[in-house]
Structures are given as structure tokens and as C-alpha cells.
Design a binder for this molecule. Structure first.
Ligand SMILES: CC(C)(COP(=O)(O)OP(=O)(O)OC[C@H]1O[C@@H](n2cnc3c(N)ncnc32)[C@H](O)[C@@H]1OP(=O)(O)O)[C@@H](O)C(=O)NCCC(=O)NCCS
Length: 173
């Protein structure tokens, strides 16, 4: 029997959500450690994410969102104004993006990305590690669908990492 469609929402997070986001970041970084071999677990059994506090102290440049699926936590997005890969300080950059495993491959990530790009309009940058194959396909598909295929993609090497950098406009307003 077909599952009923899920209702995906994207809600801006605040400092009150710090503990929740820290816990989700642990799950995310653990997933990412598969493609970022230099990521190491700390002696306390946590990866940690020291930049989270900046999302509350720099609210004009950093944006944290919780993804919910039928009102249950399904993931999160961290986005920044300014990107490490372009000089323009006003571009928008997907810093981290995570969907819990139980909600994957049902359209949750795509819907959350569309909600993000509709909410914050401008030039967006998405950086994906070349060997994060599933995520690369996910981003290419989501961006192509959102923009009608109007996006740029270029390779970038930083140290040992091979990236794909995707960029596109979501308009103003
Ligand atoms: C990447 C991620 C956000 C995708 O979320 P999702 O909710 O599963 O995405 P969707 O269901 O909207 O996927 C839409 C399409 O993207 C593609 N896709 C998504 N995940 C894929 C995978 N693992 N392998 C291949 N294609 C994939 C498929 O074409 C999919 O459509 P289909 O399921 O009908 O085939 C999720 O897998 C995740 O959080 N991964 C770990 C963290 C991560 O890598 N984040 C991105 C960092 S750049």
C-alpha cells in the first residue's frame, strides 16, 4: 500500500534548540566521516561542532533550520551568508544539510531544500565532496528541478578533498 505523502516543514531554529541541533550534528558528522576520513571522534565520544554557537551570535549571516516531517524532527540545515569558495560576501551557502536515515529517499531532503531556497533568495552555493556520490546526485537533481536546469557546476580541490561546487540564482525578495 502506498504511504500518504509526508508534510515537510522548515522552521528557523534558535539558541533554545542548541542541544537538539548538537545531537543531530553528531549523527550528521558521523555520516560525513565516511567521506571525510580526517574527521576524528573526540575522547568524550563526540565529534563536536564548535561553530554552532556562531549561529546565535551572528544572526544576520548564519541561519539554522530544523526540518520536520509530519511534525517530527527529520533533520536540519545550516546556511551562511558568504561562502568559503567565492569572494562575494553576500552569496548564500549550504554549510550543512542532514536528513535522518528513516526519512531518506522519500522526498524530504528535496522539499526542505526547496523551502530553504524559497525562503532565502539570492545566489546560492552548494559544495559537495566528489565521493559523496548519493549527495551529489541529490543536489544535482534538486537544483536542476528548482532552477529548471539553470545552474553552474565546477570542480574544486582543497588539500586532499575533491569538491563539486554548484551555484545558481533563486531571485530576489
Ligand atoms: C543527501 C540527503 C540530504 C538526501 O536526503 P533525502 O531526503 O534522502 O533526499 P530525497 O528523498 O529528496 O532524494 C531526491 C533524489 O535525490 C537522489 N538521491 C538522494 N539520495 C541518494 C543516494 N543516497 N544515492 C543516490 N541518489 C540519491 C535520488 O535521485 C532521489 O530520488 P529517488 O529517491 O526518487 O531516487 C541525505 O541522504 C543525507 O542527509 N545524507 C547524509 C548527509 C549528507 O551527505 N548531506 C549533504 C552534504 S553536501
Amino acid at each position: 500500500m502506498n504511504q500518504p505523502p509526508r508534510v515537510v516543514s522548515l522552521n528557523q531554529a534558535s539558541e533554545a534548540d542548541s542541544a537538539l541541533l548538537s545531537n543531530l550534528l553528531e549523527l550528521y558528522v558521523h555520516d560525513m566521516s565516511e567521506v571525510f576520513p580526517h574527521v576524528q571522534l573526540g575522547p568524550d565520544g563526540r565529534f563536536g561542532y564548535s561553530k554552532l554557537a556562531l549561529y546565535w551570535s551572528e544572526p544576520d549571516r548564519r541561519f539554522a533550520f530544523l526540518i520536520r516531517c509530519d511534525d517530527r524532527i527529520a533533520g536540519f540545515v545550516l546556511a551562511t551568508r558568504g561562502s568559503p569558495v567565492v569572494p562575494d560576501p553576500n552569496v548564500l551557502d549550504v554549510a550543512e544539510f542532514f536528513v535522518l536515515r528513516q526519512y531518506r529517499r522519500g522526498g524530504t531532503g528535496s522539499q526542505a531544500a526547496f523551502l530553504l531556497w524559497n525562503r532565502l533568495r539570492g545566489t546560492w552555493i552548494v559544495r559537495v565532496l566528489e565521493n559523496n556520490r548519493g549527495a551529489l546526485k541529490f543536489w544535482r537533481d534538486a537544483i536542476a528541478s528548482f532552477t529548471g536546469g539553470r545552474f553552474d557546476e565546477r570542480p574544486l580541490t582543497t588539500g586532499p578533498n575533491e569538491w563539486r561546487v554548484l551555484s545558481f540564482d533563486t531571485g530576489s525578495g
